[in-house]
Design a protein around this ligand. Structure first.
Ligand code: APR
Length: 176
């Protein structure tokens, strides 16, 4: 399974699946969430609403992932996942790692061959970018055996110079 870095706007990434940094309500928001719903159009929100009325009545817990249509995006699916909010005194690293693990498992179930990730939790949710990138890359690399027969490429889509540097540094450690 290849790990690549493609800086830019994830809503323009033509991967089979793009991952949304959502919140538990699953009904939109700012950042990546806002961009995906804005550019993807109302079909995404309609499916999210159906999920909230059926299988996710209490919303999507942090660390879990669920797929919907990608609407008008150049992708086939959006995989919504909810990152943990950063807290100095509580180590939620495993919940952030779970976002990548569970999103990759959903991607495998869908048959998605390429999956694009934003820097989950590293925006509004305040996670330090370097650590967010480390967890993203390490966790994805560790999933290669489990999902690599279907997911042949994971694309990290950092937004901005600092994020890109953080992902390049993290990738160089995991895949020297
Ligand atoms: N493409 C790629 N990356 C983006 C884009 C974009 N179009 N827009 C923002 N980002 C980057 C941010 O710069 C940050 O590095 O994605 C990373 C995640 O930031 P957020 O979108 O704020 O996500 P998160 O920190 O997980 O917070 C989630 O924010 O937007 C709300 O509804 C969302 O409540 C949820 C919370």
């Amino acid at each position: 399974m290849k790990l690549v870095i493609a800086p830019g706007d994830i809503t323009a990434t033509a991967a089979d699946a793009v991952v949304n940094a959502a919140n538990s309500r699953l009904l939109g928001g700012g950042g990546v969430d806002g961009a995906i719903h804005r550019r993807g159009g109302p079909e995404i929100l309609a499916e999210c609403r159906r999920l909230r009325e059926t299988t996710l009545k209490d919303g999507l817990p942090a660390g879990q992932a669920v797929a919907t249509t990608a609407g008008r995006l150049p992708a086939r699916w959006v995989i919504h996942t909810v990152g943990p909010t950063w807290a100095k005194t509580i180590d939620k690293s495993d919940t952030l790692a779970s976002c990548y693990r569970e999103s990759l498992r959903v991607a495998r179930e869908l048959g998605a061959e390429t999956v694009a990730f934003p820097a989950i939790s590293a925006g509004v949710y305040g996670w330090p970018m370097d650590d967010a990138a480390r967890i993203a890359v390490e966790t994805s690399d560790a999933m290669a055996d489990e999902v690599g027969h279907t997911v042949r490429e994971v694309i990290f889509v950092p937004y901005g110079e600092k994020a890109e540097q953080a992902f390049r540094t993290a990738l160089a450690v995991v895949r020297p």
